[in-house]
Design a protein around this ligand. Structure first.
Ligand code: NAD
Length: 330
């Protein structure tokens, strides 16, 4: 099948080409660096499927144009599918598949990396030592051992984060509308209110759906412990960034680590170092010493990319051969 791959970086080409070769070259892959959106959708002409990523715009307008071009499958190289208008896709007869599972260790370990970086102020220490400034003033951290970590969303990634933090000697709380036994083995399920009130570190691992947009807002921030560490490696829109900025300014939030940002679509996955960033909220967030931002790289390990590429090629093959779509999103 001919597939138009959008938001394609060098690493996407490398891993998708390798997976396509390993499965006997079943598909012809056209790579486009640009994001899929209404103004780029024409590039999908002549292809039966498009392959997208987290910041591609698969809203109603793009999907209608894709249907007109004869595209019948949207396959995502990610777990989340909040960027797809599923109702419109269904009404147009376009199937949607994703990578429902890949190395959860990639995202979980990055999450723990952010926690350690913030707690021990490693981002500041690194810069100081490079500047021959060996003073420890302002670098004091705290032991993770004995802390309470609240995991919101205890699925594949939340489970691994819970296990690692349990290994550090933390008390682990979980909040999830669908509790599971694996998490219960190391953590205690509580209400969201108790988790927020009792946790020294709150970390988000639930999917973004319309019901939990801005789950972290002025009200829920006020319910947290003063000086809490907030980590978001899930999806940007789970957090009301302006409320978080107020929380940081008042000291209610003591540390913020994010790998995702609600307006990341026009920023992340590109080199903007020679441009003037127009997003004042993002720039303000960057200016705080107790904030660490990474640009949606938590998934970015060779293990995860291998899993993602293999599953993507399999999703395409199943669709082309009319086999059951194990990773279909409905
Ligand atoms: P998963 O489906 O295994 O787990 C998600 C869990 O969240 C489930 O247990 C579900 O019941 C729970 N949940 C659903 N709604 C909730 C709510 N309102 N409050 C609390 N819990 C809720 O998914 P996963 O593989 O662990 O991935 C979790 C999320 O991580 C994805 O949805 C995606 O947004 C994000 N992610 C980010 C990256 C990255 O690179 N930063 C990579 C992969 C995934």
């Amino acid at each position: 099948m001919k597939v138009a791959v959008f938001s394609a970086k060098s690493y996407d080409r490398e891993f998708l080409n390798a997976a396509n070769a390993a499965q006997g070259y079943p598909h012809y892959l056209s790579y486009y660096d640009v994001r899929l959106q209404p103004k780029t959708v024409a590039l999908a002409k002549g292809h039966g499927a498009v392959c997208g990523f987290v910041n591609d715009d698969l809203g109603a307008e793009t999907l209608k144009r894709l249907a007109e071009l004869g595209v019948r499958l949207v396959t995502l190289r990610c777990t989340g599918y909040n960027n797809v208008d599923l109702a419109t896709a269904a009404s147009l007869g376009i199937k949607v598949t994703r990578v429902s599972a890949y190395s959860p260790y990639s995202v979980a370990e990055h999450t723990v990396g952010l926690i350690l970086m913030l707690n021990r102020k490693l981002h500041r220490a690194y810069n100081r030592v490079r500047d021959d400034n060996f003073s420890l003033e302002g670098l004091m951290g705290f032991d993770l051992h004995g802390c309470t970590v609240g995991v919101i969303g205890t699925g594949k990634i939340g489970n691994v984060v819970g296990r690692i933090m349990h290994g550090f000697g933390c008390r682990v709380y979980g909040y999830d509308p669908y509790p599971n036994e694996t998490f219960s083995a190391i953590g205690t399920y509580t209400t969201l209110e108790t988790l927020l009130a009792d946790s020294d570190i709150v970390t988000l691992h639930c999917p973004l759906v319309p019901e939990n947009e801005h789950l972290i807002n002025a009200t829920t921030i006020a319910q947290m412990k003063k000086g809490v560490m907030l980590i978001n490696t899930s999806r940007g829109k789970l957090v009301d960034t302006k409320a978080v900025i107020e929380g940081i300014k008042s000291g209610q939030i003591g540390y913020l680590g994010i790998d995702v940002y609600e307006e990341e679509g026009s920023l992340f996955f590109q080199d903007l170092s020679d441009t003037i960033i127009q997003d004042d909220t993002f720039q303000l967030l960057q200016s705080f010493p107790n904030v660490v931002i990474t640009a949606h790289q938590a998934f970015f390990t060779r293990n995860a990319l291998t899993d993602i590429a293999r599953t993507t090629i399999e999703n395409l093959t199943c669709f082309e051969q009319g086999l059951p779509l194990a990773n279909e999103v409905k």
